[in-house]
Design a protein around this ligand. Sequence first.
Ligand code: HEC
Length: 108
Amino acid sequence: MNRTTHAIITLLVLVTTTAAAAKDAPSVEHGNKLFNSTSLGTNGKSCATCHPNGKRLEYIADLDEKKLLPIVNSCIVNALKGKSLADDSPELGSLVMYLNTFGKNNPK
Ligand code: HEC
């Protein structure tokens, strides 16, 4: 393999891994999608079914992440009949980021 080919392949690998990492990183957009999606549960409901436009979430600015994660998971398990998400998963991270967009409008 000549040098140029090697450089191109190295570059391609770098670009692909960076793109994959960006896809897995938590984001507000992904959180928004999950919040409105019925895929987190098994009963056809989404978070938005019970929390349209952030209803009942006005005071989450008071909750730090340690408290918020188990609450979100309890809504997934009890309200959506779904499986709880790992604390360090990009899904839960994205949901929390999105939830914070509601709380921010209503600080304490
Ligand atoms: C079947 C209805 C229902 C669904 C679906 C639901 N929730 Fe809830 N959620 C509630 C109720 C009821 C409460 C308690 C509200 C209260 O105490 O005022 C609550 C509380 C919460 C709280 C705590 C609010 C606070 O200030 O203490 C968070 C955060 C939350 N839900 C997030 C979610 C997320 C994220 C989803 C989707 C994964 C979800 N919920 C799905 C009904 C639901």
